[in-house]
Design a protein around this ligand. Sequence first.
Ligand SMILES: Cc1cc2nc3c(=O)[nH]c(=O)nc-3n(C[C@H](O)[C@H](O)[C@H](O)COP(=O)(O)OP(=O)(O)OC[C@H]3O[C@@H](n4cnc5c(N)ncnc54)[C@H](O)[C@@H]3O)c2cc1C
Length: 346
Amino acid sequence: MKVDVLIIGQGLAGSLLAWELLKRDCRIMIIDNGEENASQVAAGLINPVTGIRLVKAPEIDTLLPIATRLYAELAEYFQQTFYIEKPMLRILRNANEAIYAANRLADPAYREYIAEADSTDTRPSPFGCMQQNHTGYLLTQSLLSCLKAFFISKNCYRVTNVNYSDIELGSSPRWQDISTQHIVFCEGHRATDNPWFSWLPFRPVKGEILTLSHQATLPDNILNNGHWLIPTTDQQLRVGATFDRGNLNILPTEAGKNELLDTMQTLLPGFSAEIIAHKANIRPCTADRKPFIGRHPHNPQLLIFNGFGAKGSLQIPWYSRQFVQHMLNGSHLPTDCDIKRYAEKY
Ligand SMILES: Cc1cc2nc3c(=O)[nH]c(=O)nc-3n(C[C@H](O)[C@H](O)[C@H](O)COP(=O)(O)OP(=O)(O)OC[C@H]3O[C@@H](n4cnc5c(N)ncnc54)[C@H](O)[C@@H]3O)c2cc1C
């Protein structure tokens, strides 16, 4: 069987890349090992203003419209909503954050993304709150299920683990019965085992998330005090996420659960809810916090599309377009994400 592109990994990266390639009539095959991945566990949050210094994400004005347009396109195609826009209340934790918030509120570059919080809001914080706009979350699990069914219907999907030693290099690389022009690795944190790309400075970070059910009526906004709480339906909410660089496994822990339950109590004092899911997975973060995309220095038919860290929902739509244009038309990749920046380390 001949294809143009063989994609390894059907997380959000492999899926949205495959969608872009199919739109351009490319022949593709996606291989995924069927294990639960970071994309399925993720909250899918998009938050333009983040961190203790409340900084606007670089390139947000470019990335966000492309992301929301793509999720709307997918919603139209599958007749199902995937991206839920919901405002966020940022609860300021200390005097420093309150100073940053005041500075950002006075800065015209932030006007579209933040505003004074509604003064009637009674969230417990001596340092006050700030309203964030253009925030929301992607229903990644539903989106990946729809895309998987779609790929299966197009005969371009297989469930199996790819052993790297089964890949034969050459001008048309082969894997099993498939010969291809390009192999694109989208293995998330598993890229650290990839013999062609493990030299890249990945810095994977484990994260845990709780899903809870409750009977209360909650205000319809996301709460954020460094951790976040998302009311997802009338009776469910999600709280997350932990950051752990030391224990790189996908086991939910008692410590992670307690940290998140404490967050819920800080955000909603006295609130009672029942845990219905507790998940963990690993974010494919990178040393310089920029994606790892581009061609292998010595085997240009091998490519990587990875390193989206904690911001896959926002970044992958725009980067998948750039990547496809690079593969098909030879256009340049943005230098700050092209793996050429680490080529001397290879
Ligand atoms: C707890 C947690 C919370 C998060 N919250 C958010 C959030 O709120 N917002 C946000 O934007 N991002 C969030 N993220 C990050 C987000 O998950 C990632 O940015 C994104 O999902 C990465 O997608 P990916 O496709 O690169 O990797 P993955 O989703 O991990 O997919 C990689 C796929 O490749 C497959 N694979 C690997 N090796 C092989 C092989 N040899 N053969 C076959 N298949 C293989 C894996 O099984 C997997 O299916 C969170 C992550 C975690 C863990």
